[in-house]
Design a protein around this ligand. Structure first.
Ligand SMILES: C[S@@+](CC[C@H](N)C(=O)[O-])C[C@H]1O[C@@H](n2cnc3c(N)ncnc32)[C@H](O)[C@@H]1O
Length: 943
């Protein structure tokens, strides 16, 4: 019974909260440009179509052989067209099957074939062939076509509505692939290293919860990490729709993601299912387990969807045409390797690892994969997954490619000019041969000829594709020497080309860890050298990964900071701030770090624009404030609430430097040797920087816990102790209580110390919210949060009322519905005998034996006033539920919530007195401001 999420609960399924930030998606640059000057003639209003060509881009990719010559024209032509719209039906959403059936019967059956409208062909609406269960669909029609063909208008309306309440998610087709290749099971521990804005995290959570039975939680968890505090907000709100207690959102540089601990549990009783069987997932983390000791937490699955140049998204973001240059890929390559290697180190033997980019550039793709394999030295196998996604059109990975630098094509590291050896590193080439393995190295090597060319370029433009560049390039078009061919099985990588299935461009490599990861001794030596030099590389305080496991820097002789510095000179493009993203990795210099900037600019393959999304979150009016979390004002939804600065993302790195430093190492400031005691003291001082950061605390106040248990009649089958967390130390003032699964609870208990280890932005799901209504606060000061309803309901024994279909429709159709408006006397009696305050209305479906079937029943959170009932869901959600009921009963559709005669005014009166009520809400006291808005999703239809 009951339903996951705000919209109620049905079938133990997830909720459907949708926030405007997700509806908005990545800005539709096509549309924006069109609408900017609407109403005037193109010339008059200065509207210029996007420049959809770039000589530099075309020259680069033509040369690389990424696209067969005979397909080149089609490739380029496809890139110039806007991307079709794709969406995924949230598989665990309560109406997933209904939506799929409706797509199939109401729309697909009518639009199976191309249809001609005014001489233009309209493509059929179709499911993505390779996506399981026909849960992902693609459509491609313009606004003009929509106006002319009523069926398209109906589809558009339908999708708008479903998108608004979160039953579907707009997501690029290719971006759905990495989670599918990860093959996540409910008991898996999954790390999503670069997760924001979270469309893939959402899919991962769906997989974790795919076998949920009402009342049971899976044993797995997803740790979703992102460097950028602001993008972490998007991540939090995106994943919130899954109503999952099995998620932890963290805010680290992925290349420095801390090693975590878990209980050693060979014989431990709790979390019995760590071997893979499913259990109830509520296992209490008890002190008894502590005796069993601790061990490293390694992940069953790691997703490494790295920041990249993003040129595979050029159809969605045609501004890339103008900005593109080869330095973008070269510049981000070292960071991509660092992140990937950290991911491999944190992966279990036997576990799967997916590396993906939304770039077609071999330097960001095959070159990184090659380097991962080389550094993993046999501990990693690149899998051939070609048969795992039948119907997916892809190209095999390249075995040879070139590196372009300063208008030169380079075949091997031996051709790198010594002045460029910081920017162009051996790992970019197919053989990956380091300077020391080459006959010549950049110090003494073949730099001369190149230098000449470089000198000629003095004062010239960057590799940006100007006419002048092109003329110069004509002269030195020929590649100087033999192409290198990789000896690794890189053909197992998969590249999705846009013209194959009218999609974006994408790259995926799937690995399995077959043995513990040992870093090559040579690289270890280099790492030690750097440590001596007080540079921060590798991992810190890493109980999960042995010293050997710590991935070394990847630039074969050059530190990443060197690479970055050099790259900076090359990459003057402000939209890709490589230094911001990569410099901290190698230098650990706090002041240098501008994570938000770098992170925002790089890797824009997501479906949600940071700027728009952050605005839509609209917690306060400050949008993208200079000072990170403080100004964002997320209150206690996110950790660095007070005083946290963007640059604090590296607080852990400073610790890392100190923890890794051998005793007596020279202090950074003084030049004097510090004792270990002094180091410890300094570390405590560092923690001072975290002063004011809201901690993640377990709620242990017995009075509060007992009042929750008594008021809602919570059974022992739903343990609260050890599972409720808050962000406030003062119990009398805490506003929200979050519920975490046993798996998340354990991670927090063993790994969380403010300022020292795991930087948690958000944990679990909101289950209770403070309310202050006088008549109920004496019983219980907390009402049920909509997100928490599906998880708690199967374990509740009080404050539940069953309703008939007729009265449920009355309830859904009104605001603050008076008791006397209902038809059934039993229902009215039940309402009158309830304690005032929060309760749950259940529309039961029964089994053949007459038992309530929790998997099919529907439930919504409500508020019992003195004489009326209000819904705790948004107006849109209520309307949609009502519409479905009417459809099922073959009654005329009701599109709008209409007030019931005699109902009390919904905002004033009853709601004003209702605790915790957002006065902006349109459908009852629980409706949040964000869910009330009914804005059109601009991106569902291309202009
Ligand atoms: C390609 S996007 C990820 C998209 C995401 N996986 C999804 O499906 O919604 C890359 C992300 O990496 C983040 N990022 C950039 N540098 C990072 C770093 N060093 N560590 C962790 N995250 C980083 C960016 O903030 C950005 O959100």
């Amino acid at each position: 019974m009951g339903g996951r999420g705000r919209g109620g609960y049905r079938g133990g399924k997830r909720g459907r909260t949708q926030r405007r930030d997700f509806k908005d998606g990545r800005p539709d640059v096509w549309k924006k440009q069109r609408s900017e000057g609407e109403g005037r003639a193109d010339a008059e209003r200065g509207w210029q179509p996007f420049v959809t060509e770039s000589r530099a881009y075309e020259k680069y990719y033509k040369k690389q052989g990424v696209v067969p010559e005979e397909e080149w024209d089609l490739f380029i032509e496809t890139l110039k067209k806007p991307l079709p719209t794709c969406f995924r039906i949230n598989g665990s959403g309560q109406f997933a099957q209904d939506i799929r059936d409706q797509m199939q019967h109401d729309f697909f059956d009518y639009l199976k074939e191309e249809v001609e409208v005014d001489g233009e062909m309209v493509e059929p609406v179709q499911p993505l062939e390779w996506y399981p269960g026909q849960l992902a669909w693609t459509l491609n029609f313009s606004r003009q076509q929509l106006r002319k063909l009523p069926i398209l208008e109906r589809i558009h309306e339908f999708l708008k509505q479903e998108n608004e309440i979160g039953s579907i998610t707009r997501q690029e087709a290719v971006s759905m692939l990495p989670p599918l290749f990860l093959k996540v099971e409910p008991h898996h521990r999954v790390l999503d290293m670069c997760a924001a804005p979270g469309s893939k995290t959402f899919q991962l959570l769906e997989m974790i919860h795919k076998a949920d039975k009402p009342g049971c939680l899976p044993d797995g968890l997803v740790i979703a990490n992102d460097l950028d505090v602001q993008r972490c907000h998007l991540l939090i709100h995106q994943t919130k729709r899954m109503c999952s207690p099995n998620i932890l959102v963290t805010n680290h540089e992925a290349q420095h993601f801390p090693g975590l601990k878990k209980k050693r549990r060979e014989n431990a009783a709790e979390l019995k299912t760590s071997d893979g069987e499913t259990g109830d997932g509520f296992g209490e983390v008890t002190s008894r387990d502590a005796a069993d000791g601790e061990t490293s937490l390694l992940f069953d699955r790691v997703l490494c969807d790295v920041p990249c140049s993003g040129d595979g998204t050029i159809r969605k973001a045609p501004d890339i045409w103008k900005k593109w240059h080869c330095g973008l890929g070269n510049g981000i390559h070292p960071l991509q390797i660092q992140i990937a290697l950290r991911g491999v180190a944190l992966l279990k033997v036997g576990g799967r690892f997916v590396y993906s980019t939304c770039s077609l550039n071999p330097v960001e793709d095959e070159a990184v994969v090659g380097e991962i394999l080389r550094q993993a030295g046999g501990s990693l196998e690149l899998l051939d997954v070609s048969s795992e996604m039948p119907g997916l059109k892809y190209r095999q990975g390249l075995k040879s490619w070139l590196v372009r630098d300063k208008r030169k094509w380079l075949c091997s590291a031996s051709e790198v000019n010594r002045h460029r050896a910081g920017a162009i590193v051996p790992s970019m080439f197919p053989s990956g041969k380091g300077w020391d393995q080459l006959d010549s190295n950049p110090e003494v090597g073949s730099g001369e000829a190149v230098e000449e060319a470089d000198n000629a370029e003095d004062g010239g433009e960057k590799d940006g594709g100007t006419e002048k560049d092109d003329e110069a390039e004509e002269v030195e078009e020929e590649v100087a020497s033999e192409l290198e061919v990789a000896s690794l099985p890189l053909e197992r990588c998969m590249r999705i080309l846009p013209h194959d299935a009218n999609s974006g461009g994408f790259f995926i490599a799937v690995f399995q860890k077959v043995a513990p990861f040992k870093v090559h001794p040579k690289l270890k030596e280099q790492k030690n050298e750097r440590r001596q030099g007080n540079q921060s590389v590798g991992t810190k305080d890493d109980p999960g990964v042995s010293a050997e496991d710590a991935p070394a820097p990847v630039t074969s002789g050059k530190t990443t900071s060197d690479v970055v510095k050099d790259t900076e000179m090359e990459d003057q493009n402000p939209s890709v701030d490589v230094s911001a993203a990569a410099a901290p990795a190698a230098t650990g210099q706090k002041k240098d770090i501008v994570p938000a900037k770098g992170a925002k600019a790089i890797g824009q393959n997501d479906d949600i624009s940071p700027a728009k999304g952050a605005k839509a979150i609209g917690q306060k009016d400050d949008i993208f404030p200079a000072k990170g979390a403080k100004a964002i004002g997320q209150k206690d939804d996110i950790l660095p609430a007070k005083g946290a600065e963007v640059g604090e993302a590296d607080a852990g790195i400073t610790d890392e430097v100190m923890e890794d430093a051998p005793e007596g190492v020279e202090s950074l400031e003084g030049g004097r040797k510090e004792t270990s005691g002094e180091l410890r003291e300094r570390k405590v001082q560092q923690q001072g920087k975290w002063k004011g950061v809201d901690p993640v605390l377990f709620l242990e106040d017995e009075h509060v816990i007992q009042s929750l248990i008594n008021y809602y009649g919570i059974r022992d089958s739903f343990p609260l102790r050890g599972h409720l967390v808050t962000r406030s130390e003062d119990v009398t003032r805490l506003k929200r209580i979050y519920y975490v699964s046993a798996s998340v609870s354990e991670v927090i208990k063993l790994n969380y110390r403010v300022g020292q280890h795991l930087k948690i932005s958000s944990a679990g799901l909101k289950i209770f919210e403070r309310q202050t209504a006088k008549e109920t606060v004496e019983h219980c000061a907390f009402r049920l949060a909509s997100e928490g309803l599906p998880v708690l309901l199967p374990h509740m024994t009080k404050q539940i009322v069953h309703v008939s279909r007729a009265d449920f429709k009355v309830l859904l159709g009104g605001n603050a519905v008076p008791f006397h408006a209902f038809r059934e006397a039993d229902f009215i009696n039940s309402l009158e005998t309830l304690l005032p305050g929060c309760f749950v209305v259940v529309l039961p479906e029964r089994t053949a034996d007459g038992e309530v079937d929790l998997t099919r029943s529907t439930a919504v959170g409500c508020w019992r006033g003195r004489h009326n009932v209000s819904l705790l869901i948004s107006k849109a959600e209520a309307a949609q539920m009502l519409q479905r009921l009417c459809l099922a009963d073959e009654e005329p559709k009701i599109v709008e919530n209409k007030s019931i005669e005699g109902a009390e005014p919904s905002i004033k009166g009853e709601q004003e007195g209702t605790p915790g009520v957002d006065k902006n809400a349109t459908a009852g006291p629980g409706a949040s401001a964000e869910s009330k808005s009914k804005t059109e999703d601009p991106a569902l239809v291309k202009e």
